[in-house]
Ligand binder design. Structure first.
Ligand code: V47
Ligand code: SF4
Length: 376
């Protein structure tokens, strides 16, 4: 939306003086403060937030909405941690635990030989038996089968554990993973950085400092990564702003984050099932404020598998410019946590139609946001 048009609309909208200041900052491409971010959460309407977020999205990405062709591999759901929000983790011996052998993983990958997927996203439980070298073997063998595929793998929490298990420093571990074919890091494991809330929902999992340090090291070694927040459980608005503020600071230092992904807490089959899920209005307000606050990350991703297709489409009016991938029914994290997407797969045509019917331009991208195809 052009500056003049939004200025006209804002002049007809009743705003508080703080909202006026925030709107002026956005129109002048200036950064808003943490206090202003918190103010927006407590006070501002979806309409006002949507106007600003959409303006920023259009300035950064025009009408383009990105997606890629990818699959997820979840090698195991056996995990040493006990995150209360997790519907996926299992213990040894549980009937629905899985721990795929390397041969089975490679069989899965072989099915995509000659197909046009560009990315494999690998993440799973933190299995107590596997060290960094085991994971290296997996990615190396995947690259033998699909040499051109981009491997985005292992959350900072997984990297922390696999390095400890191999008695390697994070620096050496990331060097080794890179040498074996790792191309970037996904954004998971960030959850919420506030130490008290994190301790309550994720118990003894790697803390915020370590999560940030691992991403910083990855960036220093030329690997890009994503960042996430898990919102809508027991955290306060202040915690969300504190979290994205720490991401914003690291991005100022390294410029290594490609995308930020707000992940809405889903409440099926976990220890926080008593907490009601947020309304769609709250989700859209969260996307919009994230877009307004995070002025130095170009892409805000709505993970459609978690949100559902209709709401993912709606998020495109509230600051989102990326819908992740076509996925080919290859993830269970969200189906087990209650997402309505019980068979998460979208053909590229469905993805294209979904974006076009929102009045926007679908762009197939690679994992580093280079354009592969524009669907006019
Ligand atoms: O860290 C687990 C979240 C994350 C639940 O980088 C839950 O491109 C909501 O990070 N309700 C893993 N969220 C997934 C992830 C991800 C997904 C897609 C793309 C990318 C990327 C990263 O899933 C975990 C946790 O925050 N999660 N359980 C739940 N019940
Ligand atoms: Fe394990 Fe990840 Fe589930 Fe936490 S969220 S219990 S680290 S699989």
């Amino acid at each position: 939306m052009q500056k003049k048009r939004i200025t006209n609309i804002l002049s007809l909208t009743k705003l508080t003086s703080t909202e006026r200041t925030i709107a002026d900052k956005v129109l002048e491409n200036q950064r808003i403060t943490q206090e202003e971010g918190i103010y927006l959460f407590y006070n501002s309407s979806l309409h006002f937030l949507g106007l600003l977020a959409n303006y920023i999205r259009e300035n950064l990405n025009g009408k383009d909405v990105y997606f890629n062709k990818n699959i997820h591999i979840e090698p195991t759901n056996i995990c040493i941690y006990n995150c209360k929000f997790c519907s996926y983790k299992r213990r040894f011996g549980d009937t629905d635990a899985w721990d795929h052998r390397i041969e089975d993983i490679l069989e899965m990958v072989k099915k995509y030989e000659g197909k046009d997927i560009t990315e494999i996203h690998i993440t799973g439980g933190v299995h107590p038996h596997y060290n960094l070298l085991n994971h290296c073997t997996v990615i190396k063998k995947i690259k033998d089968i699909l040499p051109k595929v981009h491997i985005k793998a292992f959350t900072a929490v997984e990297i922390d554990y696999m390095c400890k298990k191999a008695m390697m420093s994070i620096e050496d571990g990331i060097d080794k993973l890179k040498e074996c074919g790792l191309d970037s890091l996904p954004g998971g494991g960030a959850e919420i950085f506030n130490p008290e809330i994190r301790q309550q929902i994720s118990l003894d999992k790697s803390d915020a400092r370590l999560w940030l340090r691992i991403h910083k090291i990855a960036h220093s070694k030329g690997l890009k990564s994503n960042a996430t927040i898990l919102y809508g459980h027991i955290e306060k608005y202040e915690d969300r702003i504190d979290h994205i503020s720490q991401i914003r600071e690291l991005q100022d230092e390294t410029g290594g984050f490609n995308a930020f992904i707000p992940l809405k807490f889903r409440n099926a089959n976990n220890k926080l099932s008593h907490i009601p899920e947020l309304s769609v209005t709250e989700d859209m307000r969260n996307y919009a404020i994230t877009r307004i606050f995070l002025d130095n990350i170009k892409h805000i991703k709505a993970y459609w598998v978690m949100l559902g297709r209709s709401f993912a489409q709606m998020s495109l009016s509230y600051g989102v410019d990326d819908l992740d991938g076509t996925i080919d029914n290859s993830t269970k994290i969200y189906t087990m946590a209650g997402s309505e997407e019980q068979k998460p797969t979208m053909t590229s045509q469905e993805m294209v139609d979904l974006i076009k019917s929102a009045g926007l331009t679908p762009v197939e991208r690679d994992s580093l946001y280079n354009t592969i195809k524009i669907y006019k």
